[in-house]
Design a protein around this ligand. Sequence first.
Ligand code: KG4
Ligand code: ZN
Length: 358
Amino acid sequence: MGAGTGGRRMALILGIESSCDETAAAVVSDGCVVRSSIVATQHDLHERYAGVVPEIASRAHLERILPVVEEAIREAGVALDDIDAIAVGHEPGLIGSLLVGLGAAKALAWSRSIPLIGVNHIHAHLWSPCLDAEPIEYPALGLVASGGHTTIFLVTSPTEISPLGASIDDAVGEAFDKAATILEAGYPGGPAIEALARDGDDRSLKLPVARLGDTLDFSYSGLKTALLYAVRGQPVGRGREVTYPRSAGDLDHQARADAAASFQRAAIGALVRNMDRALEQHEVTGVLVGGGVTANGCLRRELAAICESRSLPLRLARPEYCLDNAAMIAGLAAPLLAADLTHGMDLAAAARVPVKSA
Ligand code: KG4
Ligand code: ZN
């Protein structure tokens, strides 16, 4: 991998990401310099279902993948011939969606006879803080907070990560999305709850934040249920027959905003509490943060406060790289390529994987 200037050529990598509901492609040089990052979101297609419908997602990826790749190459001002390797997020995610990106990546790598690099999506979120930013120092503590994952990592090098704690049930982003459904706040849920919470008092409801002994694990299902009962009242009946005395529509704006703010405080409080605890247990040179939920202003401020109190640099992904994107895939691929961690045409997609080093 080249250093960039002074005659040495930088590794120019095309990344492809299609694990959920964003079709994305990006060109990144030397792991950190983003030459282009194109994200075609499918939010409009899934909004009416208040969640991602896998069949709709994979069909939309098929329609969008080639135009998105072409746009990424055009916007980077390069030709396909200039690309040194193709990187693809191949795990974890929705299997039908992953297969679309993987098929496109294999076709490109095979037709140009260049390396193919399979990248773990969660690991790539930990790389996002160094996109368009300074290189990272190791060891670092990492947090990935997204719609599918809530995990704290010890990051010992660009390619070596080990999980220290994770959610035992819902991911924090999933909890935000469910809270938005309960509060009829809109889709996608995270930004809708954050916007509604701005008008609310975050101490108006006492919502539980699960403590799982001395571990760094999380649990969000109890918080979601507590919010449901606080908003809609105690349920009557069981199973499919269950009914509630009221719905969010019966509450005024202030009551909904107070509930959103109280939920956000509890959800983010758990992340910050466990990060603080992890920093007590591990000696690190900084903190890396990525994933959709880390776009949340309240979380960014609270993490900044705990890092400042310890004089540790906090490396937040830029807002455009918090949510799913292909720049983080192409970026992490640079150290993987440098370490010869490339793949053959038999690279498989995987819906679920234990999180481990590359
Ligand atoms: O990383 P991401 O784009 O996809 C996954 O890998 O899951 O994260 C999406 C998640 C969604 O659950 C969304 O509601 C949440 O990130 N999110 C937020 C905010 N923006 C997105 N959660 C809280 N506050 C936000 N501002
Ligand atoms: Zn993600």
